[in-house]
Design a protein around this ligand. Structure first.
Ligand code: SF4
Length: 298
């Protein structure tokens, strides 16, 4: 791809192209940490669960060889964008370009349109609609790059989203118990082995967003704070003793990882949210440099 002209009229059409590339990439090119997790689970598991993991390995290989998407679910697109304050972009035009890129990729690759009006179920056939894709904008003071991360979230896993306003008296034990209850209630429906995102604190909607943010971290990369990393390890051990296993077929690998993100909260609140990512672990990223060079990653 030729370089972006970050100060020219070409910028938004080219950001649209970046979004289109990201959508196809996220659906076909699984991140290396997810691939590694599937391979390691395949080594561990036997019987039906092992055979299911073997199918996952072959599915990844087939997608690599043919460009066919890993799963039929094209998801609901969620962008996380970090804008360096030194990067010259109009945020409103950027959001429009991202939406147009999703529509462009849907047409170009004949991707199933998964997005509908919540009541009429009208489908525009381009994977967009009011509010979709969801775009989170963040700003990096002094930064000179534009970072774009796309997660086309499958419904099987996004339907397994939970929020509860616990009492402060419930403490850490209450948090652990709630997360485990959510994983058990979800059972095989989010296509395990999963990545379990946990949000703690904030307000109700902030807590849910933190849980979603938690699934973006590469599988198994611990939280930088030792206490939170320890909580993640304890939760993963508990989740993997449920015996749900790959695709609900039993085994020791219900989840590849549990990731926790938190914000401080009110003295009389203790919100906990859970957002589950399926085994596909889809995500793709692009970084646009100050000269317009684009590099793709995960
Ligand atoms: S939850 Fe994930 S693997 Fe399962 S059907 Fe949806 S996108 Fe596919």
């Amino acid at each position: 791809m030729k370089q972006l002209d970050v100060n020219g009229a070409d910028l938004y059409p080219q950001l649209r192209e970046v979004a289109a590339v990201l959508y196809k990439k996220a659906l076909t090119d699984l991140p290396p940490d997810v691939r590694r997790s599937v391979d390691e689970a395949r080594e561990r598991e036997e019987g039906l669960a092992g055979r299911r993991l073997e199918v996952m390995v072959k599915t990844i290989r087939t997608s690599d060889d043919t460009g066919i998407i890993v799963c039929q679910d094209t998801g609901i697109c969620v962008f996380f964008v970090r804008i360096g304050t030194g990067f010259p972009v109009n945020p409103a035009k950027l959001v429009t370009a991202l939406r147009e890129g999703i529509a462009l990729a849907s047409e170009r690759h004949a991707l199933r349109s998964s997005i509908v009006h919540p009541l009429t179920r009208e489908n525009r056939q381009d994977n967009t609609g009011p509010g979709v894709p969801e775009v989170h904008l963040d700003f990096v003071d002094g930064g000179e790059e534009l970072e774009i991360l796309l997660v086309p979230k499958g419904s099987g896993s996004e339907n397994m989203s939970f929020l509860r306003m616990l009492s402060p008296a419930d403490g850490t034990a209450g948090v652990k118990g709630y997360v485990l209850d959510c994983v058990i209630e979800a059972g095989p429906r989010p296509c395990p082995p999963t990545i379990v995102g946990v949000g703690l604190g904030g307000t109700a909607d902030q807590c849910a967003a933190l849980a979603k943010k938690a699934i973006l971290r590469p599988v198994g990369e611990p939280h930088p704070e030792p206490d939170i990393a320890d909580l993640e390890r304890q939760l993963l051990t508990a989740v993997n003793t449920t015996g749900i296993g790959p695709q609900g077929l039993g085994g020791a690998t219900t989840s590849f990882a549990v990731h926790v993100e938190y914000a401080w909260t009110h003295i009389s609140m203790n919100p906990v949210a859970v957002n589950i990512q399926c085994w596909r672990g889809e995500r793709a990223s692009a970084t646009v440099g100050p000269e317009g060079a684009v590099s793709y990653g995960y």
